[in-house]
Design a protein around this ligand. Structure first.
Ligand code: C2E
Ligand code: CA
Ligand code: CA
Length: 278
């Protein structure tokens, strides 16, 4: 048993060592990737559950690594945060997403919004508000066609500068979404004050709704609370028709998930919109 424990420990050490090396390598490669333009955005439709119309798209970053193929954001966003590279990367993402949304707007009477994920370091960066407003102006996108997505946990920890920047952006017409809601233990008084327009219910709350009365009651409560506070609600990670039906029934207006569509590349998103208009 002792030898077994030792082996396990060794395996554990090797695994953490490998993980550390991988992170270091990612950090080096990220610099290069930003210079060579190896990032791209995909766009996942957000659907109006009442009408089936596409209300917006969430922009999700992808990294095309020369030897490792496509790397998911979960693997590099926190490394980019640590190294500060998230600031130039985030600026690129914001500009790219805004340019894309401007092209949708040219082709539609009721253009979809674009949702952009913004991380802690980016929000705290001096000049963040300016970066956003300048990009909107440069691409000629109406401010209300941009939604800034901030996680609930970040909003909880950053009530100083972050909140005032978000207030300024909202005064200019930009909308703010509370991302991953349900994971951050927000209090009621906090929710009443938070500078936001949209609440996105985290995926883990959605999956069990068709099978669990408790889970359904919980989601029902979140939707009522949000509605009372004038927040529009988006349910994340809808994979089953039964989940969509439960959410529509409790009054959740918007949904996102593989049931409707996975994240799409730029061309497919444009085609998706054309299909919508027929
Ligand atoms: P998120 O903001 O919660 O984004 C939703 C994630 O759920 C995306 O993963 C999306 O592909 C995935 N998803 C969508 N529908 C379904 C579904 O029906 N089932 C399941 N199982 N998953 C679904 P992705 O693209 O890997 O992104 C992961 C996280 O990385 C994002 O979570 C976000 O926190 C972060 N991220 C992605 N793009 C960016 C970005 O441009 N900037 C920053 N700062 N973070 C980003
Ligand atoms: Ca998000
Ligand atoms: Ca989310």
């Amino acid at each position: 048993a002792k030898a077994n424990g030792k082996n396990q420990w060794k395996r554990y050490e090797e695994a953490t060592h490998a993980a550390l090396l991988r992170r270091m390598q990612i950090r080096v490669d990220l610099d290069e990737a930003l210079r060579t333009g190896a990032f791209l955005l995909e766009y996942q439709p957000v659907i109006d559950l009442k009408t089936g119309v596409t209300a917006g798209f969430e922009a999700l970053v992808r990294w095309h690594h020369p030897s490792r193929g496509t790397i998911a954001p979960a693997e590099f966003i926190d490394v980019a945060e640590e190294s500060g590279l998230i600031v130039p990367l985030g600026e690129w993402i914001l500009n790219r997403a805004i340019a894309e949304a401007a092209s949708w707007a040219k082709a539609s009477a009721t253009p979809p919004y674009v949702g952009v994920n913004v991380s802690a370091r980016q929000l705290r960066q001096p000049g963040f508000v300016d970066t956003v407003l300048t990009s909107l102006r440069r691409h000629g996108l109406a401010p209300d066609r941009l939604v800034i997505e901030i996680t609930e946990s970040l909003l909880l920890t950053d009530q100083g500068n972050g909140w005032s920047d978000l207030r300024t952006l909202r005064e200019a017409g930009v909308r703010v979404a509370i991302d991953d809601f349900g994971t951050g233990y927000s209090s009621l008084s906090y929710l009443r004050q938070v500078p936001a327009d949209i609440l996105k219910i985290e995926r883990s709350f959605i999956g069990n709704t068709p099978h669990s009365d408790k889970q359904r009651a919980l989601v029902d409560g979140i939707v009522r609370l949000a509605t009372t506070l004038d927040l529009a609600v988006v349910a994340e990670g809808i994979e089953q028709p039964a989940e969509r039906d439960v959410l529509a029934k409790v009054g959740c207006r918007y949904g996102q998930g593989y049931l409707f569509s996975p994240p799409l590349d730029s061309d497919s998103a444009t085609r998706w919109l054309q299909r919508d208009w027929i």
